[in-house]
Design a protein around this ligand. Structure first.
Ligand SMILES: NC(=O)c1ccc[n+]([C@@H]2O[C@H](COP(=O)([O-])OP(=O)(O)OC[C@H]3O[C@@H](n4cnc5c(N)ncnc54)[C@H](OP(=O)(O)O)[C@@H]3O)[C@@H](O)[C@H]2O)c1
Length: 316
């Protein structure tokens, strides 16, 4: 078996966008070792089997990572550091969750949308940053739903201090008398805005530390259909629309895509020869993110708060 030359970790790689991205990367060359980071061992192993079969690349493995548990994230990082895999070239923070059936919390008592989409990935990247080789990449999957100027059908983010966003009861109170679905959607778009604050502040700190790792935020566009399980928590009728009606709009709306199409775009970003750091990519195109996403004060506040909450130093 030919040994791979570089490793990519992709969170949520067992399904949806993550799976499609892993497939393109693994198929491109057996030089890539792909780590499917999945919270469910069985799903991770099934994905690995399917990927090895469809790509003929044997260098694919599964590791357990539950982003709603700091214990699991710490364990993942320790296991990864000890694993016999080639140097870490890319971390792709792809996993994402939204909740439509009321407020959920993580094992650590953090509101779960914020916990998984922002805080879990923040911890993962901070723990593995020193493992990433120079010229390597960190890519954070965000969403155009963070941007009120794009007509995505989702509510505009409602950002407030991280201590409120992270606290299940305080965040409930902050969102007032909205339905569970509306609260879930607001939390989702707000965490996708947090993904951009994280990307931009990480970029700045990597440059300050004189390291040459490149970063990017990526918008895959809306990917309705059975390829994405993002609406798993929605009512059956809403899931029916997502699975069967919305995919047809792909042919008339450029913002509506498939997991396969966006998986190719994301994989291209990971494999691109050189990439300028800190950009926001809408599929294959670099574009500005929302005006609100360039708020430096908030990016610093979120970075400092997240570091404190996780017991990490502010500096990388
Ligand atoms: N679908 C869209 O229209 C759309 C639009 C814009 C942006 N995005 C973004 O694209 C990314 C991928 O979305 P997708 O459509 O591929 O979603 P998906 O099909 O629901 O896949 C999400 C992945 O995240 C994993 N995940 C969820 N909670 C986790 C946790 N606590 N720990 C570890 N992994 C967890 C899921 O694991 P399980 O399989 O175990 O549930 C799954 O592997 C997300 O960041 C999403 O916000 C999606």
């Amino acid at each position: 078996m030919k040994k791979a030359a570089r490793t990519m970790i992709i969170t949520g790689g067992n399904t949806g966008l993550g799976f499609e991205t892993a497939k393109v990367i693994a198929k491109s060359s057996a030089d890539w070792h792909v780590v499917i980071a999945s919270r469910n061992q069985q799903k991770g192993e099934e994905a690995v089997r399917a990927l090895i079969q469809s790509t003929n690349n044997p260098n694919i493995s599964a590791m357990i990572l539950d982003l709603s548990s700091t214990t699991s994230i710490n364990h993942f990082a320790e296991q990864f550091i000890e694993a016999d895999v080639p140097p870490l070239y890319a971390i792709v923070c792809n996993a994402g969750a939204g909740f439509a059936k009321g407020t959920q919390e993580t094992e650590d008592g953090v509101e779960a949308t914020f916990g998984v989409n922002h805080l879990g990935h923040f911890l993962l990247v901070r723990l593995l940053l020193n493992q990433v080789e120079e010229q390597g990449r960190i890519i954070i999957v965000s969403s155009d739903t963070h941007d009120p100027s794009k007509k995505t059908g989702m509510p505009s983010p409602r950002y407030t201090s991280p201590s409120i966003l992270a606290d299940p009861a305080a965040s409930d109170q902050f969102l007032g008398n909205l339905s569970d679905l509306s609260k879930g959607q607001l939390r989702y778009t707000t965490t996708k805005l947090c993904n951009l604050y994280f990307t931009y502040e990480l970029t700045y700190r990597i440059q300050q530390a004189k390291r040459s790792i490149s970063t990017a935020a990526f918008n895959p566009g809306m990917m309705p259909g059975k390829g994405s399980a993002l609406t798993r928590d929605y009512k059956p009728f809403q899931r029916f629309i997502w699975n069967n009606i919305l995919p047809m709009l792909r042919f008339v709306h450029p913002g509506i895509r498939s997991t396969r199409q966006s998986g190719k775009d994301l994989a291209n970003l990971i494999m691109m020869d050189s990439m300028n750091s800190g950009a926001y990519w809408d599929g294959p195109k670099q574009i500005p993110s929302s005006d609100e996403s360039y708020n430096k004060e908030r990016a610093v506040e979120l970075w400092n708060w997240s570091s404190r909450k996780l017991g990490l130093p502010k500096d990388i």
